[in-house]
Design a protein around this ligand. Sequence first.
Ligand code: 6GU
Length: 247
Amino acid sequence: MRQWPFLTVGLLTRFAMQIDIITIFPDYFREAFDYGIIRRARVAGLVNIQPHDLRAWTSDKHHVVDDRPFGGGDGMVLKPEPIFAAVESLTGARRREAIAPTKRVALLSPQGKRLTQSLAAEFAKCEQLVLICGRYEGVDERVADALVTDEVSIGDYVLSGGEPAALVVVDAVVRLIPGALGSETSAATESFSDGLLDCPHYTRPPDFEGMKVPEVLLTGNHAEIAKWRQQAAEEKTKRNRPDLLKE
Ligand code: 6GU
């Protein structure tokens, strides 16, 4: 019988997914993957998540990872050499064209394409995902130009570094690995999988300080409940995310 890292989930046999995070703050991630679905997926052997200190790939005495920008300006820019060396040692490739099609190398930066549920689903299919955490001031553009397969942003706001974005990507991806969620249906019924936000949910008590749970949910009429949920999801989407309804 094949042992780890092969896994059989349902009828499929696959590798444990490898996620490597290149960062100047590896300690930032110390406990981040020890909770909930991510912990469960790790314990089940579905995924191995490893933060790496970028400074390990420097060759100078002071482990310098950044330098002043050509052309002047504020802030420091992450140097290309340690990042190319890190990606080469983790993937075997130091150019985008040489990265195996089963692998993705993503630079996290506010200049990236937006993370979406469909990009997360693509990442969840690969055998290795390498996340490079940029700094707010910048990363030498040759990384985006020649090394990575994807440049990814998590939204239109500025973070001081890619580390919180890496947490977001890992969470969105790991829960889509087959076997990571308790029931395989739950990923298909939540927000964005059908282009709408999720419907509202209620639990006991049926009357909380005068705020009542919609009557239909208490009836046990599953056809009516399904109709209500679809309509409530549409209304909520229209109210909070009208952009999702415009095609
Ligand atoms: Cl991936 N990095 C930074 N620094 N800021 C961001 C971001 C990433 N996504 C949105 N804002």
